[in-house]
Design a protein around this ligand. Structure first.
Ligand code: GTP
Ligand code: MG
Length: 476
């Protein structure tokens, strides 16, 4: 079977796809047990990448790259003339049975940047150029080895900074998004086929979908595309991490809490009110979600200290950017309203925690006793660790809410296309209800189908014709 090559509307490639390319496939500049260099290129003028490597790699039995079998680990040396560079494992992949679809290879050398650089320099002299970012995957896509979504997912899988992002990327690479779109597209194609057939077979005795059925399809597609766009947008907002600002009165124990959450003494703790002046940032993972924690200057209105006041101003600014605002009350003091100190325009979800529950003020103790499990506050102690699992559970609930569980990581252009489809569905439904000409409705539906094909990476609008002929017996 020949691979299905996508139709490309415009190619952004600035460099030739005929070039032989190479690049380190493992983290550059780091020392490690093994480093991998990969290369790829299609044979041109009877010269393959393996011919270009003829004098570069020699096995321990004296075989050279052009004579090696594919998909086998070959042990040997990388040499530059008489000079030995490293002993390596060499893998050969013959196009089209490779990741890129071209002839390609991997060199597994020792993980020293000096060795990697020497091998790359040698490859450059043998006619390879340095690959551009994503160029191997782009070639895989251009050669029909990988769908557009799967190609996009490769980057997402590598870039994911939390278990949540990783799962979203896997959903993408497994084709969840593509399958959903294909199913929606198929419904629209049937609809378009019906609309076209109504025009073509106006005098024939054929029953077509009713107005209700057509409207139902349009609504289903609109709701589904709106949800995909909305979920992707929500996911995007926390992709680089959920921001949690720890705020509260001075001395409430914010820095102690931060230190306990991250497991080391990051923030200075003291019994002097106003210890933390600027905000302090730390990253951690809470229940699979990447979290950026900010310890802030205590909020109070009557500070005479200029520096502390700047700190308080910064805290307010930070609350504006936070997804969650963890408001800490000092449980050793009588309850006071803290929410007054928060900026009104904040959209952050507020979580109330009463710290120092190991040394609780009588009023707090009564409140805790009377509200029990209905309590809006979580009682914690940064000193003993009490209540921290409840606090983490509360974070987990909010982040699960912020991050839709079935979202896929989409780019802005994809979200725009999805919203565009939803708008087309809306206008098609209006036209249908106004009993407009089927051509007008078909036009909207066809545009939506094209957008879907762009989203799935296979652009083909001739498919509609095929649908018409397969669903109706034209030859009767
Ligand atoms: N008993 C008790 N003391 C605590 C607890 N948490 C913090 N403290 C003490 O409270 C004091 C203030 O703690 P910090 O963590 O510096 O408080 P903060 O909110 O960061 O204070 P500022 O940075 O000044 O706004 C210190 O003496 C801590 O040891 C707790 O859970 N129980
Ligand atoms: Mg502090």
């Amino acid at each position: 079977m020949t691979p299905k090559v996508p139709r490309i509307l415009s190619s952004k490639a600035t460099t030739s796809t005929a070039d032989f390319i190479c690049a380190p496939a493992t983290a550059a500049g780091a020392r490690s047990a093994i480093a991998v260099i990969r290369g790829s290129g299609s044979a041109a003028e009877n010269l393959s990448v393996f011919d270009a490597l003829a004098d570069v790699f020699v096995t321990s039995r004296g075989k050279k790259a052009p004579e090696l079998t594919a998909r086998t680990a070959h042990y040997g040396n990388i040499v530059d003339g008489d000079e030995f560079i490293d002993d390596v494992l060499f893998f050969r992949f013959n196009g089209p049975n490779s990741f890129t679809g071209e002839d390609s290879f991997e060199i597994h050398c020792h993980g020293n940047p000096l060795i990697v650089r020497s091998i790359l320099a040698l490859l450059y002299r043998k006619g390879f150029r340095s690959a551009e970012p994503g160029e191997f995957t782009r070639r895989a896509y251009l050669n029909g080895k990988l769908g557009l979504n799967a190609a996009q997912a490769v980057a997402e899988v590598i870039e994911a900074r939390s278990q949540l992002s990783l799962k979203a990327a896997h959903r993408f690479s497994r084709g969840t998004f593509r399958h959903e779109l294909l199913s929606l597209r198929s419904q629209l194609m049937n609809l378009a086929a019906d609309l076209n057939a109504e025009l073509d077979f106006i005098d024939e005795d054929i029953t077509f979908a009713t107005l209700e059925i057509k409207l139902a399809i349009l609504q289903r597609v609109r709701l589904a595309t709106e949800k995909l766009a909305r979920d992707a947008q929500r996911f995007d907002a926390i992709r680089s991490g959920v921001n949690i600002a720890i705020v509260g009165a001075p001395n409430a124990g914010k820095s102690s809490l931060m230190n306990r959450l991250i497991g080391h003494e990051r923030s200075i703790v003291s019994d002097i009110a106003g210890t933390t002046r600027d905000y302090i940032e730390a990253e951690l993972e809470i229940q699979g979600v990447n979290v950026r924690l900010f310890d802030t200057a205590g909020l109070r209105e009557d500070s005479a200290d200029t520096i502390e006041n700047i700190g308080i101003e910064r805290t307010r600014e930070l609350i504006g950017r936070a997804h969650i605002c963890l408001l800490i009350a000092d449980g050793s003091l009588a309850p006071a309203t803290l929410t007054d100190l928060l900026p009104a325009e904040s959209s952050a979800q507020i979580l109330l925690a009463v710290n120092k529950c190991d040394n609780l003020h009588a009023d707090w103790a009564i409140r805790r006793e009377t509200t029990k499990s209905d309590s809006p506050e979580i009682f914690i102690s940064a000193l003993t660790g009490e209540g921290f699992s409840a606090l983490i559970d509360a974070f987990g609930r909010i982040t699960a809410d912020l991050a839709p569980q079935d979202a896929v990581p989409l780019s802005v252009w994809q979200i725009q296309l999805l919203n565009g489809i939803a708008a087309l569905m809306q206008s098609a439904a209006e036209l249908l209800q106004q009993r407009e000409l089927p051509e007008l409705i078909t036009h909207q539906v066809t545009r939506a189908i094209d957008s879907m094909s762009e989203l799935t990476g296979d652009i083909s609008s001739e498919d509609i014709l095929g649908r018409i002929f397969s669903r109706f017996c034209i030859g009767k």
